[in-house]
Design a protein around this ligand. Structure first.
Ligand code: ARG
Length: 570
């Protein structure tokens, strides 16, 4: 596809004298009009001619040189149609050869992209906001890798802060009333909730918490540090279960505590740039010059303790120094918009040229039918339970639709988890995710199971072809590429996959890819509904089989980028 686009761009450039890189090709509104469109408005000023005249003139010139592309002037547009055999063969063979790496490029060669994602807080359940961050961040990681960037995925675990003083105090008091080792997160949560309940009537609790946190901050080895370390390890082991189910890995698991010994130098660095001020004994950076009424960034409290923002500033400098990133993505929910705006505000006030490279990849909430979640109140929907429930429903559907399926248990896991992931990435990330169980898991509509099912169906056609000896490898028939005109919609779609990946990564918006996959599935299914693949003349069957192979391969490649498994059968 790119080959033809490049050829068209070069031809327009040669005929008009403009730079080929500046030629913007569009997708025609109607596929019947062509495969690419060039709006001639952009040349009107330079050539002092009306766009329709330019289009007509250019069409004549270009057609003299093109061999398998045809240019047609339609009003102010110049539309291009690639000859079917050339297009089909190039796209289908390219897609099959690419496999899961289809769309690969070297645009990112030599460039690091730091992706800060997932980042749950220890001793607390990973909530659905963290699930969204994990799913979004992991897919951005995969896409950047495909495009040749060197992604550095960092899990910025919340393992530091005064709340750990509270937890340590609570464990000291009531640790023996729960079994932390057996089921750590609910046990710790229970203690945390109890602390808040009882602290209201018992001020000594808060004092014990402060003392514990002070000891933790001092860095001395002892009971407090040991308890903190144990809580961290147990929590991470729990989080890892979820990561495993989602097929997610990190390049670095580096929590907030890691930056603890870099906080003083961080404060020094910011102070030295002259942007800090004292306010009631606290250290702040005023940000009203960045945005009127923006709250200041608080870096050090009156009592000398540092904050979440201080640790994030330390992380920023450390990542910049260590990775010299081309881009840094914070994949964190929209409830932290202000926080990241403030971090960027501090960088701006420091006049650091790399500030624009830091992007907050903000996202909306995932609302479960059970209601919003709150740790304080102890009313929590556990993430593992959400996944379990999805798998349970998938298991039931499979038992009903395909009772003889081999590996039913594995497939149920793939369909259940895949449905949650797909649903999460379906809409623009800034929108809230609406969760209706029957909708998420439906085999029809805009769902993960629908895409998986489309893939599995194509795989079954390919298996049948093999079994009946109709595949090209057996019959030796060369595909008749010119017979695929009726599949032009599918082919154009396949050819645009690399663009979908590029846009999704550039905008940090995986929904572009999700929507692409849905579109490809719809195109393929509607073509398949009207055309027979097996049992036609060998050359026709060979061409159609190749198309099915390419389409299924691209659906799988796309699902893989999203982190949705593609079972062979379901
Ligand atoms: N642990 C934080 C939370 O759960 C998210 C951390 C996001 N990353 C960051 N660099 N601040 O709210």
């Amino acid at each position: 596809m790119k080959r033809f686009a490049d050829e068209i761009r070069a031809a327009i450039a040669a005929a008009t004298g403009i730079d080929a890189a500046a030629v913007r090709l569009e997708k025609p509104r109607d596929i019947a009009m062509g495969d690419f469109a060039f709006p001639c408005f952009v040349l009107a000023k330079e050539l002092k001619q009306a766009p329709p005249a330019i289009a007509a003139d250019l069409a004549g010139k270009l057609n003299e040189d093109f061999s398998n592309i045809q240019a047609v002037a339609t009003g102010p547009y110049l539309n291009f149609k690639v000859e079917v055999a050339a297009l089909s063969q190039a796209v289908v063979e390219g897609a099959i050869a690419g496999g899961n790496q289809y769309g690969q490029s070297d645009e990112g060669a030599g460039r690091r992209v730091v992706i800060d994602f997932s980042s749950p807080n220890i001793a607390k359940p990973m909530h659905v906001g963290h699930l969204r961050s994990t799913i979004l961040g992991a897919s951005l990681h995969r896409m950047h890798a495909l495009l040749g960037y060197e992604p550095v995925g960092i899990n910025h675990i919340g393992d530091w802060g005064s709340q750990f003083g509270k937890l340590v105090a609570a464990i000291a008091r009531w640790g023996d009333t729960v079994d932390i080792d057996a089921d750590p997160i609910p046990a710790l949560l229970k203690l945390y909730v109890r602390f808040h309940d009882e602290a209201e009537g018992d001020p000594t609790l808060e004092e014990e918490a402060r003392t514990a946190f002070r000891e933790l901050e001092s860095g001395v080895e002892g009971d407090v540090r040991e308890t903190w370390r144990k809580i961290t390890e147990l929590s991470l082991a729990e989080f890892n279960k979820t990561y495993e189910r989602l097929g997610v890995e990190f390049d670095l698991v580096r929590g907030e505590a890691w930056y603890e010994d870099k906080l003083t130098s961080t404060l020094d660095r910011i102070e030295a740039s002259g942007v800090t001020e004292e306010s009631d004994g606290a250290t702040i950076v005023d940000l009203t010059s960045i945005r009127k009424k923006m709250a200041p960034c608080l870096l050090k409290k009156t009592d000398g303790t540092t904050l979440y923002a201080t640790r994030d500033m330390a992380a920023l400098f450390s990542r910049h120094d260590e990775f010299d990133f081309h881009r840094l993505l914070w994949v964190v929910g929209s409830d932290q918009n202000l926080h990241f705006e403030q971090l960027k505000g501090v960088l701006k006030r420091m006049e650091l040229p790399w500030e624009p490279a830091c992007e907050h990849v903000s996202f909306g909430m995932m609302r479960l039918p059970e209601g919003k979640l709150s740790t304080r109140a102890g009313k929590v929907v556990f993430l593992g339970d959400v996944l379990d429930r999805a798998v349970e429903e998938a298991r039931r559907t499979i038992a009903e639709k395909n009772p003889d399926l081999a590996n039913a248990e594995l497939v149920a896991e793939q369909v259940g988890v895949g449905a949650i992931v797909f649903n999460d990435l379906k809409r623009e990330r800034i929108k809230d995710v609406v969760f209706k169980w029957d909708e998420v898991l439906s085999f029809e509509g805009e769902t993960g199971p629908y895409a998986q099912y489309t893939f599995a169906r194509m795989q079954s056609i390919l298996r049948k072809a093999k079994a009946s000896g109709e595949e090209a490898a057996t019959t030796g028939a060369a595909p008749d590429w010119s017979a695929l005109e009726d599949a032009r919609g599918v082919i154009l779609c396949l050819g645009r996959y690399p663009d979908a990946i590029r846009t999704a990564a550039a905008e940090a918006e995986p929904s572009h890819l999700t929507q692409f996959i849905l579109n490809l599935c719809r195109e393929t299914n509607s073509w398949y509904a009207n055309h027979r693949v097996l049992g036609e003349a060998p050359e026709l069957t060979a061409a159609r089989l190749a198309l099915v192979e390419a389409a299924s391969s691209v659906v799988r490649a796309g699902l893989t980028m999203l982190g949705v498994p593609a079972p062979q059968e379901m």
